[in-house]
Design a protein around this ligand. Structure first.
Ligand code: SF4
Ligand code: SF4
Length: 129
């Protein structure tokens, strides 16, 4: 690979000094997100019926259905389940949102998910209903 002289970069340096920066001063400057940006998943526990469809369609195995009790249907006692999401392994595909017939799920615009505590990314909101 041919070596470049150190001085060869000087004209380029002056040229780019007059241009607008191509990077943003994040996190000091707000980042504009595209309209269809898929950030952290959220659930409305009031809408979730525990149908389990989200757990069936999730390609990353993020969703576990947890028994929260039982309900009587006719003469049968059926389990009531709610989803728990392990968001540290979510791939933000949106499959669960698209397939939830009860509109209980949404992809928010939240993308700052870094945390030293992995358990912070376990979403148990639906268990609190
Ligand atoms: S979030 Fe939607 S798809 Fe998942 S269990 Fe609840 S109602 Fe069903
Ligand atoms: S967005 Fe995709 S990977 Fe994440 S929980 Fe929903 S279906 Fe699973």
């Amino acid at each position: 690979m041919p070596r470049r002289r150190a001085g060869a970069a000087i004209p380029e340096m002056f040229r780019t000094m007059l241009e607008k920066p191509s990077t943003r001063a994040y996190p000091y400057q707000k980042v504009e997100l595209p309209a269809r940006f898929r950030g952290k998943l959220d659930i409305d526990p009031e809408r979730c019926t525990g149908c389990q469809v989200c757990a069936m369609v999730c390609p990353a195995g993020v969703i576990t259905m947890i028994d929260i009790g039982t309900r009587k249907v006719g003469d049968k006692e059926l389990p009531v389940k709610r989803p728990v999401f392990e968001l540290s392994t979510c791939i933000f595909c949106g499959e669960c949102v698209d397939n939830c017939a009860f509109k209980a799920l949404e992809m928010t615009k939240q993308f700052e998910l870094a945390t030293p505590h992995k358990e912070d990314l376990t979403m148990r909101k639906a268990l609190t209903k």
